[in-house]
Design a protein around this ligand. Structure first.
Ligand SMILES: Cc1cc2nc3c(=O)[nH]c(=O)nc-3n(C[C@H](O)[C@H](O)[C@H](O)COP(=O)(O)O)c2cc1C
Length: 288
């Protein structure tokens, strides 16, 4: 993506949705931090309870639904931070924006966050916003990426700085889908891909009954599935687009396995909840 990283271990989106803890998170040893998902207007997200720990499985189920303060307040938080490291800003659409108008939300957020980002992540893979993942269908995806690329070119010209775009995808895609998405990303010269978001599948749970809350599952039970997606993506992209690997990392060895599956950078969220900061250091050490 043309960005120099201090180390390849990043914070995944969703922990600091509003960019209100960037300075503190920046001191934990990450090579990069991704904030968001941010939407154009503030929204409350889904009613509570909406976060469930699965301690026996080291997993998490969440159905937050993009609770966030909206792009203007988030930008204010970013402006107030002193963090000098690599900052990714993850953007999405408001829950009540019709899916046919989704591009307008992404474009609006992109314009507002562009000058504060080292990269912009396009979240089209959260299972907690109705129909959002339909944007991964080839026709809709191509149309969205054409719009985003046009805006990126215009903004790069205006600010005199190119900010890469990374697409965040779901682990619940078939091989056929992955094929089409890979082709569409290459065609549109997308700069990076973040694989993966949370899964709606519960197949990997030791006891399926523990997974009966609806929402996206992350953490250890996602590890194998997200690795298989990364591996398939890597075969299709042939190094043309770098992969940021995320999903279920809970040890230094897991971090290395993600790299071996084809990722150039990694991110973590759930593993931090169960293992704390040590996991960041273990991952850095293990990748070397
Ligand atoms: C509570 C929670 C909230 C999340 N919110 C977001 C979000 O707002 N945007 C996003 O792109 N991903 C979000 N994610 C997904 C993570 O960024 C990551 O892709 C996923 O959890 C897999 O990584 P992990 O197994 O290390 O947690 C969220 C995950 C969790 C657990």
């Amino acid at each position: 993506m043309g960005i120099p990283f201090q180390n390849p271990v990043g914070l995944a989106a969703g922990l600091d949705k509003n960019g209100s803890h960037i300075d503190a998170l920046g001191k934990l040893g990450f090579g990069f931090i991704e904030i968001g998902t941010i939407t154009p207007r503030p929204q409350l997200g889904n009613p509570m309870p909406r976060l469930f720990r699965l301690p026996e499985d080291q997993g998490i189920i969440n159905r937050f639904g993009f609770n966030n303060v909206g792009v203007d307040a988030a930008v204010e938080n970013i402006r107030l931070s002193n963090y000098k490291g690599v900052l990714g800003i993850n953007i999405g659409k408001n829950f009540d924006t019709p899916i046919e108008k989704a591009a307008d939300d992404y474009l609006l957020c992109m314009r507002k966050v562009y000058q504060y980002s080292n990269y912009i992540a396009i979240n089209i893979s959260s299972p907690n916003t109705k129909n959002l993942r339909d944007l991964q269908e080839t026709k809709a995806l191509n149309s969205l990426l054409v719009d985003l690329k046009k805006e990126q070119t215009r903004l790069a010209d205006y600010y005199g700085r190119y900010v890469p775009i990374a697409l965040k995808i779901s682990p619940d895609l078939t091989s056929k889908h992955l094929n089409a998405i890979s082709k569409t990303m290459i065609k549109n010269k997308i700069d990076g891909v973040i694989a993966t978001n949370t899964t709606i599948s519960r197949d990997s749970l030791g006891d399926i009954a523990r997974g009966n809350e609806s929402g996206g599952m992350s953490g250890k039970p996602l590890f194998k599935l997200s690795n298989s997606i990364i591996h398939e993506l890597y075969e299709r992209l042939q190094g043309e687009i770098p992969i940021i690997g995320v999903g279920g990392i809970s040890s230094g060895e897991d971090a290395l396995e993600k790299i071996k599956a084809g990722a150039e950078l990694i991110q973590m969220y759930s593993g931090l909840i169960y293992h704390g900061r040590k996991l960041i250091l273990d991952a850095c050490r293990s990748i070397g």
